[in-house]
Design a protein around this ligand. Structure first.
Ligand SMILES: [Ca+2]
Length: 311
């Protein structure tokens, strides 16, 4: 049972079951990998009169929520005080980076998994922290992993500037009119550098409303060993986005071999920034090719930043 002594509001989470992977830690927390799916059953108790009209329930971590209309949970019935509802919810835990809380590249980071109820009482929002999820380091916690693309928002002692150049196998992207620098610096200058708006600090390709491929070749000054690649893709509008990233490697710059496995993404029905993480690349290479694509009915592919981790 959760401690609800501090919780106000007409609907409280009195307990939950966590069905998915993730190692329990002391207290109520879980340690998970970035992108791992959390399957939860929440037990919601009605503790006061509650208005269903316009009320929304959600669960998630900041920037990433799943939820829906409260009236759907009651399936058309009127809430009665004391009643307990079960709500099954699942979400891929892929927190979005913020200026205050960068992605956990080299060290684990804690996120509060929260329940929230909004508009049940004339526009108010009630939040309740359910548990702490600790996301393991994306780039590896060992001292032998570095950010070899040299992105400016990575700590100096974990950053190696091994970049030699960039090529664009499907044609060069356009710079955002609000951005600074050139294409290469825009892709490696950090997510919030400049205007602090990742949507603007990005490059993008027109994709003609089709499922076309776009991408970038990142050339290194020497042979490198690549472990993980992360692409940061903002969705400023629902038809400006990326839905998948493939990684391929090449020692000669001509023949490429696809490597790695992308973690699952949240479904793309909202705006925001997302990190597309490709793990287990584990290859020696001189060139890393990122190929980006989106589902049909989108118009532009947007890329704010590419991080390559390895040694
Ligand atoms: Ca950028």
């Amino acid at each position: 049972m959760l401690d609800v002594s501090e919780v106000r509001g007409p609907l409280q989470v009195i307990g939950y079951d966590w069905h998915s992977q993730g190692s329990p830690v002391e207290g109520d927390g879980r340690v998970i990998d970035f992108g791992e799916r959390a399957d939860l059953t929440l037990y919601l108790k009605v503790t006061d009169r509650i208005g269903l009209s316009g009320a929304v329930v959600s669960v998630g971590i900041p920037g990433l929520f799943e939820g829906g209309d409260l009236s759907d949970l009651f399936r058309g019935a009127s809430p009665s005080i004391g009643e307990v509802l079960e709500w099954d919810v699942s979400l891929h835990l892929t927190p979005a980076p913020t200026r205050e809380k960068p992605l956990p590249f080299f060290r684990a980071q804690d996120y509060h998994l929260e329940f929230s109820l909004s508009n049940a009482l004339g526009g108010s929002v009630i939040r309740q922290v359910l548990l702490t999820v600790t996301i393991s380091p994306i780039a590896g916690a060992t001292d032998s992993s570095f950010c070899i693309s040299g992105n400016q928002d990575i700590r100096g002692d974990r950053r190696l500037s091994l970049l030699e150049g960039m090529d664009f196998p499907y044609g060069p992207p356009a710079m955002n009119s609000s951005g600074n620098g050139d294409i290469r610096s825009e892709i490696t200058d950090g997510i919030f550098t400049g205007s602090e708006v990742p949507n603007w600090e990005s490059v993008s390709w027109d994709s003609d409303w089709g499922p076309d491929l776009r991408g970038v070749d990142i050339r290194f000054a020497r042979e490198v060993f690549v472990e993980t690649v992360v692409a940061i893709c903002p969705t400023p509008y629902l038809n400006h986005r990326a839905d998948s990233v493939d990684v391929a490697v090449s020692l000669d710059g001509e023949s490429f071999e696809k490597r790695g496995k992308a973690v699952a993404l949240w479904e793309r029905t909202r705006r925001g920034i997302q990190a597309i993480v490709v793990r287990d690349v584990n290859a020696s290479t001189r060139t890393v090719r990122l190929t980006l694509s989106h589902a049909n009915q989108a118009q532009r592919i947007v890329l704010s930043e590419v991080y390559v981790f390895g040694r």
